[in-house]
Design a protein around this ligand. Structure first.
Ligand code: A3P
Length: 316
C-alpha cells in the first residue's frame, strides 16, 4: 500500500494510502486534502468524494438507459435513500425481497458502493433498473433528461437540515471525506459551496431549472414527510404504475423511518461505515445545531440565492 503522506491546509497529515482499499480506487494521486483532513477530488470543477473516479464518472455518463428505467438524483443527505426504497417497492408491488439489501438493488455508476458497476454489467440487466446519482444537472447520469430516455427523479430538502445531516454523516468517519472539523467550520464550507458535490444552491437550482422536462419529476423531502400518500401517488403515476390501496399501505409502512432503520433490507448494517445513517429523519433538526446568528446568516444567503427562482422550502 502506498503510504503517501499529504500535508493538509490545516497543518495535519493525512495518510491517503490507507484509504485506497476502502475506496476501491487505484489512482489516488489527484485526491486533494483540505482543512481538517477533508478529502475530495475535483471533476469538471465540482468537488466530489474520492470514490467518484474519472473512470466511473465516464461510465455513468455513457451508460445507456431505457424508457422504463428510473434514475433518482439529489444533493447528499436529502432523503435519497428513503426515495430509493419507495421506488424499489413501487416497481416490485410493495414486496420487500428476502435476503437482499436495498443498496444491492441499485446502480450507483459514479461510485464504488457497494462495488463498482460496469457498463457491461448493468447493460445486461433487464429494465426497470434503478440508478442513483448525486451529480448536478450538467453531470447527470447518461447525459441527463434531455439526452436519455429514462425517468429522472430529483429530491431536494431544505438546506439547513441538509447541512446538519451532512455534518454528522461526514464527521469522524474514516472514509469518504474523513472530515474532522467543528460545526462552525463545516457550516462555512457548506455556505461557500466547498463540500463534496459542490454548492447546494447550484446543485438544486440546476435541476429545478429543468423541472418541466417530461422525464423529470422534482420532489421535496418536506412534502414526503407531510403528505407521504400524495407524493407516493404522484411518483407512481409519473412512473406509470397504478397502485392498489393495499400496496400503498405496504409501501408506506415499509418505508417509515423506524422500519427503514431496523429492517435488514434497508438498514445499511452491511456497511459498517454507515453506522448512524438513520439519524433523525425529521424536518427542522437544524435548530439543535445552528446558533441564532448562524441561522440569520444562513437565511440571508438563502434569500439572496433563491430570489426569483420560484423554489422555496419549509424549515420547520
Ligand atoms: P437526518 O440525518 O436529518 O436524519 P440521504 O439518503 O440522501 O443520504 O439522506 C439521509 C437523510 O434522510 C438522513 O437525515 C436520514 O435520517 C433521512 N432518512 C432516511 N430514511 C428516512 C425515512 N424513511 N424517513 C425520513 N427520513 C429518512
Amino acid at each position: 500500500m502506498n503510504q503517501k503522506e499529504t500535508q493538509t491546509a490545516s497543518g495535519g497529515v493525512a495518510r491517503i494510502g490507507e484509504y485506497r482499499d476502502e475506496l476501491h480506487a487505484e489512482n489516488l494521486d489527484d485526491i486533494q486534502v483540505g482543512e481538517y483532513g477533508y478529502k475530495y477530488r475535483t471533476i469538471e470543477g465540482v468537488m466530489l468524494p474520492p470514490y467518484v473516479t474519472p473512470d466511473r464518472y465516464a461510465v455513468s455518463r455513457s451508460v445507456e438507459t431505457r424508457p422504463n428505467d428510473v434514475c433518482y438524483c439529489s444533493f447528499p443527505k436529502s432523503g435519497s435513500t428513503w426515495l430509493s426504497n419507495v421506488l424499489y417497492l413501487i416497481l416490485h408491488n410493495g414486496e420487500v425481497p428476502e435476503g437482499k439489501t436495498l443498496r444491492s438493488c441499485l446502480h450507483w455508476m459514479e461510485s464504488s458502493w457497494p462495488y463498482p458497476r460496469s457498463r457491461e454489467e448493468v447493460g445486461a440487466l433487464p429494465s426497470p433498473r434503478i440508478f442513483k446519482s448525486h451529480m448536478p444537472y450538467r453531470m447527470a447520469l447518461a447525459g441527463g433528461p434531455e439526452q436519455s430516455p429514462c425517468k429522472y427523479i430529483y429530491i431536494a430538502r431544505n438546506p439547513k437540515d441538509v447541512c446538519v445531516s451532512y455534518f454528522h454523516f461526514e464527521s469522524g468517519k474514516a472514509w469518504s471525506g474523513g472530515y474532522s472539523g467543528p460545526w462552525e467550520h463545516w457550516l462555512k464550507l457548506f455556505m461557500e459551496g466547498r463540500v463534496q458535490r459542490g454548492d447546494w444552491f447550484e446543485h438544486v437550482l440546476s435541476w429545478w431549472g429543468h423541472r418541466d422536462a417530461g422525464n423529470l419529476l422534482f420532489l421535496k423531502y418536506e412534502d414526503m414527510k407531510r403528505d407521504f400518500d400524495g407524493q407516493l401517488r404522484r411518483i407512481a403515476s409519473y412512473l406509470g404504475y397504478d397502485l392498489s390501496e393495499e400496496v400503498i399501505d405496504r409501501i408506506k409502512s415499509a418505508t417509515s423511518f423506524s422500519r427503514m432503520k431496523t429492517e435488514q433490507f434497508s438498514n445499511h448494517r452491511e456497511i459498517p461505515q454507515l453506522e448512524g445513517f438513520f439519524r433523525k429523519g425529521e424536518i427542522g433538526s437544524w435548530k439543535d445545531q445552528f446558533t441564532v446568528a448562524q441561522s440569520e446568516a444562513f437565511d440571508r444567503l438563502y434569500r439572496e440565492r433563491m430570489a426569483g427562482t420560484g423554489l422555496d422550502f419549509e424549515f420547520e
